[in-house]
Design a protein around this ligand. Structure first.
Ligand code: ATR
Length: 282
């Protein structure tokens, strides 16, 4: 029986396969210390085969964990195996944040919230634009498109090497989203107020392809969800062409906020010290 004087301590997790590159333990560890909370946040490397059992133990309370983050390759399974996914995760078919509530395992996806919070902080007024260009059509692209659409951007042009994947997203997200092959990039840039790279283009040792940002609106913002290095080849090009750039590190930090609040009951702050801790770890 639990001693009524015992202090209840929450334990949270991040799981992925592999998980050793995850910066989430650093982020949540910093906030726990800053806020003086006697909780914990640990990484668990769980294979895809072992993930259903991990979820079962989480739901039953047997693992002693109150919730956590899931990353690649578990985001789709986390959504499917949760009891109460919210609308955001349901539309994406993927969850990155889980918590127990009233005996049920709840799920959401905070990637899109992290993306817009980063822009809100570093490119104030960005959402007055009417047209955005999103390069890439993978899981990260979905969360970005959903978030940008939900902030009222009227036209979102998704440009992808495999046009069929871009078309799938246009079909999923409705009238605001338009699909294009890579070759259409120069023409869709015309008049755009936001450019988002969600691919690893230029990061794999291959030289980054030249992108002409010059047809974008004056005052347009170029951002990348890749944050290693902080200034990616595409951001460097955009800056050289005179555009405002926003790196992707803030998205990583801000996507962690809602989970921390659920597990530990306090809303943490994304501050410069935390940013520097992650930069020094890169
Ligand atoms: P994530 O879930 O992290 O977004 P993903 O599903 O593997 O990752 O998607 C990666 C995206 O980067 C895709 O849009 C991919 O294009 P394809 O759909 O054609 O595969 C894009 N991508 C990756 N490497 C690329 C390259 N060298 N040139 C162009 N696009 C690339």
């Amino acid at each position: 029986m639990r001693d009524s004087r015992e202090t209840f301590v929450n334990h949270a997790f991040v799981t992925g396969f592999p998980v050793r590159h995850s910066r989430s333990p650093l982020i949540h560890g910093y906030w726990l210390k800053e806020l003086g909370i006697a909780g914990s946040y640990r990484a668990y490397e769980i294979s895809p085969e072992g993930f259903p059992e991990f979820m079962r133990q989480l739901k039953s309370g047997a693992s002693g964990l109150c919730g956590g983050n899931v990353t690649i390759p578990h985001k789709e399974a986390a959504f499917r195996l949760s009891d109460r996914p919210d609308e955001l995760s349901a539309e994406l078919g993927a969850a990155n944040t889980l918590w127990l509530e009233g005996g049920e395992l709840c799920a959401t996806n905070t990637d899109g919230r992290g993306f817009v919070a980063n822009l809100d902080e570093r490119a104030k007024g960005w959402d007055r634009i009417s047209t955005a260009v999103v390069l890439g059509a993978g899981g990260a692209s979905r969360a970005v498109i959903q978030a940008v659409r939900d902030r009222g951007v009227k036209a979102i042009h998704v440009v992808n090497r495999t046009p069929e994947r871009a078309q799938e997203l246009a079909d999923r997200f409705g009238a605001a989203v338009h699909a294009h092959p890579l070759g259409a990039l120069p023409e869709v840039m015309s008049g755009a107020g936001l450019f988002v790279n969600t691919t690893s283009l230029g990061m794999d040792g291959e030289p980054a392809p030249e992108i002409d940002f010059s047809m974008m609106d004056e005052g347009a913002v170029v951002t990348d969800i890749v944050y290693v290095p902080l200034k990616t080849p595409l951001l460097r090009q955009a800056e050289d062409q005179g555009f405002a750039i926003v790196d992707g590190l803030g998205m990583l930090l801000h996507q962690a906020v809602p989970g921390f609040e659920k597990w530990f009951g306090r809303r943490p702050v994304v501050d410069e010290t935390l940013r520097q801790i992650i930069i020094h770890d890169m």
